[in-house]
Design a protein around this ligand. Structure first.
Ligand code: NAD
Length: 252
């Protein structure tokens, strides 16, 4: 699919990987619908996309809320007249060991920590995919959906919630690729390793150094490298149901 004049929704589009993908796709002439929680950051991201050469609009929406997702998708379709793609990028971390004993004290991962990550990183992806696919079929638009999974989908210590959600996203990428191919909608995913964004900046410096030392390429990935991969998925019409691993050679 050529990206020029195509309407692409990016969740979590106001910072980190979402914003990097938005600016990259804007430079290819795409029309971006940026979905996120902060009006100020959304405005800045919209301005950056316009400066990069694409049209962009902001949509305040919590992707874990069914009603808000349905309204957002309806509004994007009204504003742009078409939807050709979605990047399911919004995500959160609530890390912690499932059971931990420190200095003789036992603590556990709370249900709230578990549920918050499942709600955004898995249910949010389901809701956005369902609503966008339904709208694309209704409008007769073809295109592609790109899910952002993670290297953690293989199972990462301290991330029972996140690993489960990202493994679920990887599995459902294959499910949706099979279900939606008949409507001209491809679905694929990217599983990033460690990429330089606000999310990884929140990690402890010692943990970051230790992690970087284990990467064969000895550095974190750059957001533009993820944006390049998302662009490949949109542009290559034979790519569907598969997961691109972009992790500098690191395997959990
Ligand atoms: N940075 C990495 O190293 C890395 C590695 C693997 C996977 N990922 C995945 O890539 C995606 C983007 O990560 P990032 O590093 O750019 O994170 P980030 O925290 O910098 O940005 C995430 C964005 O999602 C938005 N968001 C969170 N919850 C939302 C909700 N309920 N509704 C709407 N928007 C919401 C946030 O406001 C934020 O703007 C995430 O899915 C993350 O799990 C990141």
């Amino acid at each position: 699919m050529q990206l020029n004049d195509k309407t692409i929704i990016i969740t979590g589009g106001c910072q980190g990987l979402g914003r990097a993908m938005a600016e990259y796709l804007a430079a290819k002439g795409a029309r971006l619908a940026l979905v996120d929680l902060s009006p100020e950051k959304l405005d800045a991201a919209v301005a950056a996309c316009r400066a990069a050469g694409g049209e962009a609009r902001a949509y305040l929406c919590n992707i874990a809320n069914e009603e808000q997702v349905m309204q957002m998708v309806d509004q994007v379709a009204k504003d742009f007249g078409a939807i050709n793609g979605l990047v399911n990028n919004a995500g959160i971390l609530r890390d912690g060991l499932t059971v931990k004993v420190k200095d003789g004290e036992l603590s556990t991962l709370s249900l709230a920590q578990w549920q918050a990550v499942i709600d955004v990183n898995l249910t949010g992806v389901f809701l956005c995919t369902r609503e966008v696919a339904a709208k694309m079929i209704e409008l007769g638009n073809r295109g592609a959906i790109v899910n952002i999974s993670s290297i953690s989908r293989a199972g990462n210590m301290g991330q029972a919630n996140y690993s489960a959600a990202k493994a679920g996203v990887a599995a459902d990428t294959v499910v949706w690729a099979k279900e939606l191919a008949r409507y001209g909608i491809r679905v694929a995913a990217i599983a990033p390793g460690f990429i330089e964004t606000e999310m990884t900046a929140s990690m402890r410096p010692e943990a970051l150094d230790k992690m970087t030392a284990g990467i064969p390429l000895k550095r974190m990935g750059k957001p533009a490298e993820i944006a390049h991969a998302a662009t490949f998925i949109f542009e290559n019409d034979y790519f569907t149901g598969r997961i691109l691993e972009l992790d500098g050679g690191l395997r959990l």
